[in-house]
Design a binder for this molecule. Structure first.
Ligand SMILES: Cc1cc2nc3c(=O)[nH]c(=O)nc-3n(C[C@H](O)[C@H](O)[C@H](O)COP(=O)(O)O)c2cc1C
Length: 351
């Protein structure tokens, strides 16, 4: 820890609003196995986490369980009502849904920070109704991760978007807690789509999902899924779109992807994020690292004479930046012109 990080000033108002919740600061560990472990969740809270997003409950898991249950019930002999008591009990295992519900109940009982449950799916099928179980378990908000790869020859971009909006509508029909939607960057017109989400009643967006890339193993000739932790430079894509979005919509904005240290977080906030999610950095460094980011952030703000996160938020969004075209195509031709190589960040390239 350097000097800047050691002196954590307490006079700065770090509060921020997200999904109608007033959070004590803008640092929220995002959905991952780290937040799913109770001891780590407690350590994250102790280190200053303002809220926590739980690991996702997947559409596939819910559909699979429903299928199992139907198969099980279909195979029971239908006999005399008194014979009902001879039916074997349902298999004694905690379903994925039960485990998620139990986790929410335990977290709500033991932690004082808001708990955001996460659902992960892309089709408007029956699984969506289980969102109500998560709400009833007491979570403060729900995050829907629309993690989909649109790769069908016969499905247009408009159809993909309509399908996603249908999932969101179905969810909004069953829950009353605030809903935030985690998106990929792969939309032709992200701001328009996010506007549609807002029109439906969505309270926030999380920008952006990182897709886990399949790799080809040359030795085995197998396609292997790879989860790789992010790098700081990935935050730049998020920063651009957050800056473009802020001012065009009124819903809450969370940044996710490549936010590793206090500088990344400050940039996300200046672009216009209400909260910044951290995942890879915490998986690498451990839950206590959140404290380092928080201290670094407050110390920088004090040094630069900011008194609140509110003052910082959106101060460099496209609407407020001195050179707004930098967020768009405008300086592209100039950047790639004659002196392009001089502008390449070689240090970052070597990382
Ligand atoms: C091991 C691992 C598990 C994850 N699990 C989930 C998940 O269940 N649901 C979800 O929405 N995101 C999940 N994520 C994505 C993270 O929440 C986060 O959005 C992403 O890693 C980008 O943030 P980062 O650059 O700080 O890692 C996972 C990420 C990792 C590395």
């Amino acid at each position: 820890m350097n000097d800047l990080q050691m002196k954590a000033p307490s006079t700065i108002d770090l509060r921020t609003e997200y999904l109608g919740l007033t959070l004590k600061n803008p640092l929220v560990p995002s959905s991952s196995p780290l937040t799913g472990d109770f001891d780590n969740a407690r350590r994250l809270e102790d280190a200053g986490a303002a809220a926590i997003v739980l690991p996702s409950l997947f559409e596939e898991a819910l559909l699979h369980e429903e299928e199992q249950m139907t198969r099980f019930l279909d195979h029971q002999p239908i006999g005399h009502p008194e014979a009902q008591s001879f039916l074997p009990d349902l298999p004694e295992y905690a379903s994925e849904l039960d485990q998620h519900v139990a986790r929410i109940e335990r977290y709500k009982e033991s932690l004082s920070i808001p708990v955001i449950a996460s659902l992960n799916g892309v089709t408007p099928q029956g699984w969506v109704r289980h969102a109500k179980d998560l709400q009833d378990a007491g979570c403060d908000a729900l995050e829907l991760n629309l993690y989909g790869i649109a790769a069908r020859r016969d499905e247009t971009a408009a159809e993909v978007e309509a399908r996603y909006l249908q999932v969101v509508k179905s969810l909004l029909d069953v829950v009353s807690i605030p809903l935030t939607v985690k998106l990929s960057a792969q939309f032709s017109s992200p701001v328009n789509f996010i506007g549609e989400l807002e029109n439906l009643g969505v309270k926030g967006v999380v920008l952006f999902n990182r897709f886990y890339q399949p790799d080809i193993d040359l030795a085995s000739r197998h396609v292997v899924p790879r989860i790789q932790l992010s790098h700081s430079y990935e935050a730049l894509l998020r920063i651009r779109w957050i800056a473009l979005l802020r001012g065009q919509v009124g819903l809450g904005i969370a940044g996710t992807g490549g936010f590793h240290n206090h500088e990344d977080v400050l940039k996300g906030l200046m672009a216009g994020a209400d909260v910044v999610h951290v995942c890879s950095a915490l998986l690498r460094e451990g839950p206590d690292y959140l404290r380092t980011i928080l201290f670094g952030m407050s110390a920088w703000m004090e040094q630069e004479e900011y008194s609140s996160v509110q003052q910082l938020k959106g101060s460099l969004s496209q609407r407020h930046a001195a050179n707004p075209s930098a967020y768009e195509r405008a300086n592209y031709a100039e950047l790639l012109g004659q002196d392009a190589l001089l502008k390449v960040d070689l240090k970052r390239h070597r990382e």
